[in-house]
Design a protein around this ligand. Structure first.
Ligand code: GTP
Ligand code: SPV
Ligand code: MN
Length: 598
């Protein structure tokens, strides 16, 4: 079946041969990245009903896809790190013995592609040929996966020619199989550069370049090779004098990365000439540059963004990015004009519509307190090209990446975490990242809205032991002569009625400016038990409706008893991680406790 293969790489051909023998596809098709082949695949997916072609005048190049009802988010309980020693995967990850895992999954893959086509997708995370790029090949039986990978990564035969005869690529095997949730597995063999995914057709479970490779496998490689793979957006703030400063921010899934990455400055700033440019919205690969600073590249080529809540006010840049060449997943289909809709897009839900499950949808029955009445799934998404983003940074395709002034951690915390605070050193900043917590969201299956510890927003994405991951952070600090300053933000603090105190979205720029001023030594701060806190008067609220100095004071308040109970939560969490948590972090924790009880 591998006649006329576009490569002679023995490591590639032998592996595909072996996987094809296992899955028994009817044919094998190599994905070349050409528009002609892509168009043919779109047509095929539409012919079988796998995708719906939307109105091509209103939404040129746009399609709708619905996944199975039981398959709408990442499945963390079905995600495994299969290292030969259990302790190398750590206590936070699910672990399976690699051989046992392969045996179990081999049974599931056997003949799973009978009568189907196996697509071979050669792709690059990062600019093909650049020193920071890493290559992968995904085998899949899903055209939807192929079309998404074509948007999210750099696909083409140039990947194969750049790889040459080398074995240095990530092997990914994906089969939809029966979409059986009980036999759904997302497994990683970091010691073998291999990813196996079966019985899912959804996003992070199956677009293997994204969470599986660019975070789980890459974090494992980064530790060995002294770089970092992080769940971070990258953005640049351009000053009126033309200079641009870059920051990275790590927030858990569905906690505001895409929104922050594409923010539109409030008029107060835009009038003065400030601009924000998006380099990435989900993943950053970070390396120490020759100049001693930390440099970031976005290894992706598109955005897999949360649809609900995206609108002309909250995130016009994201909305405009999705107006062409976009695949929508699990949103509402407006069958009258053949367009799409989701909760929070506008106040005009379609009269004649199909919901994300594929059933007729009556918006009059929508009850915002009952998620089952939603037209779009809360984790419905758009897959859109980075190059269609109106605020895409000119540095997006710069293989060197961008130098980072600040790293920002953040989560959803109704209480406890203030609007912003600054750590006191790299070590203290790593500690701040390690004690992060956030209310869970619909991006992963399971309960929504419960606080869980999510260090560096990487809890579901570290491909090895969490304690070793913390140690790697501390070690990287020693390797960066001029490290970024580290901050923590919380856009989600609520008042006693449960309403957000902070307007968020574009107005988050006001907090970013304090952060950048701190990096330049231009803004003052108050030293508190948890770190440096702004003086309320230093957060610019000019032009903000309904936010007073008192609101900002409230947003910056630190409730010592809430923090002390958080400290107890951290102790329990560190204990759960196990004995590889570095002693430096325990010192930071007891110092924090000491300051809080003083
Ligand atoms: P992933 O793609 O899952 O990694 O999510 P993300 O971190 O990119 O989150 P995204 O920007 O898509 O935002 C998720 C949800 O949070 C959306 O419903 C947004 O409307 C909401 N959100 C984002 N930023 C803010 C903010 O500043 N304030 C408030 N209140 N909500 C926000
Ligand atoms: C996330 O959950 O953080 C995402 C979506 O970015 S997924 O690709 O499904 O992981
Ligand atoms: Mn994400």
């Amino acid at each position: 079946m591998l006649k006329n293969a576009p490569t002679e790489n023995k490591y590639v051909l032998d592996w595909i041969e072996e996987m094809a023998a296992l899955c028994s596809p009817e044919s094998i098709v190599w994905i070349d990245g050409s528009e002609a082949q892509t168009e043919q695949l779109r047509a095929e997916a539409c012919a079988t009903g796998e995708m719906i072609k939307l109105d091509q005048e209103k939404l040129p190049g746009c399609y709708l896809h619905r996944t199975a009802v039981n398959d709408v988010a990442r499945v963390e309980d079905r995600t495994f790190i299969c290292t030969s020693k259990k302790e190398d995967a750590g206590n936070i990850n699910n672990w399976m013995d690699p051989e046992e895992c392969k045996q179990r999954l081999t049974k599931l893959y056997r003949n799973s592609m009978r009568d189907k086509t196996m697509y071979v997708i050669p792709y690059s995370m990062g600019i093909v040929g650049s020193p920071f790029a890493k290559y992968g090949i995904e085998l899949t039986d899903s055209i939807y996966v192929v079309l998404n990978m074509l948007i999210m990564t750099r696909v083409g035969f140039d990947v194969l020619s750049t790889l040459g005869g080398s074995p240095d690529y990530i092997k990914g095997l994906h089969a939809r199989a029966e979409l059986d949730e009980k036999n759904r597995y997302i497994v990683h063999f970091p010691e073998e550069n291999t990813i196996w995914s079966i019985n899912s057709g959804y996003g992070g479970n199956v677009l293997l370049g994204k969470k599986c490779f660019a975070l789980r496998i890459a974090s494992y490689l980064g530790r060995k090779e002294n770089w970092m793979a992080e769940h971070m957006l990258i953005l640049g703030v351009e000053y009126p004098n033309g200079e641009t400063k870059y920051v990275c921010a790590a927030f858990p899934s569905a906690c505001g990365k895409t929104n922050l990455a594409m923010l539109i400055p409030p008029e107060y700033y835009s009038k003065k000439g400030y601009k924000v440019h998006c380099v990435g919205d989900d993943i950053a690969w970070l390396r120490v540059g020759e100049d001693g600073r930390l440099w970031a590249v976005n290894p992706e080529n598109g955005f897999f963004g949360v649809a609900p809540g995206t609108n002309e006010k909250t995130n016009p840049n994201a909305l405009h990015t999705t107006l062409k060449d976009t695949i929508f997943t699990n949103v509402v289909h407006n069958t009258k004009d053949n367009t799409v809709w989701w909760e929070g897009l506008d106040k005009n839900p379609p009269e004649v519509a199909i919901d994300w499950r594929g059933n007729p949808w009556d918006h009059r029955k929508y009850d915002k307190n009952d998620k089952s009445t939603c037209g779009a799934h809360p984790n419905s998404r758009f897959t859109a090209k980075a190059t269609n983003c109106p605020c895409l940074s000119s540095e997006f395709s710069n293989p060197r990446g961008v130098p980072i002034s600040a790293i920002i951690f953040g989560g959803r915390r109704a209480k406890t975490a203030p609007l912003v605070y600054q750590s006191t050193s790299w070590q203290n900043g790593a500690f701040v990242g390690s004690i992060m917590a956030s209310e869970t969201t619909a991006a992963a299956t399971g309960e929504v809205g419960v606080v869980r510890r999510d260090p560096m927003a990487m809890r579901p994405f570290v491909g090895y032991d969490m304690g070793d991951y913390f140690a790697h952070w501390l070690n990287m600090g020693k390797l960066i002569p001029n490290p970024p300053k580290i901050f923590h933000v919380n856009w989600f603090r609520t008042d006693d009625n449960g309403s957000f105190l902070w307007p968020g979205f574009g107005d988050n720029m006001r907090v970013l400016m304090w952060i950048l001023d701190r990096c330049e030594g231009k803004a003052d701060a108050r030293e508190t038990a948890i770190g440096f806190i702004p003086y309320a008067t230093d957060i610019c609220i000019e032009g903000l409706d309904g936010v007073t100095l008192d609101t900002v004071e409230e947003l910056l308040e630190i409730d010592r008893s809430a923090w002390l109970s958080d400290v107890e939560g951290v102790k329990a969490f560190y204990k759960q991680i196990g004995d590889r948590v570095p002693s430096e972090l325990y010192s930071e924790l007891s110092a924090l406790e000491g300051r809080l009880t003083k």
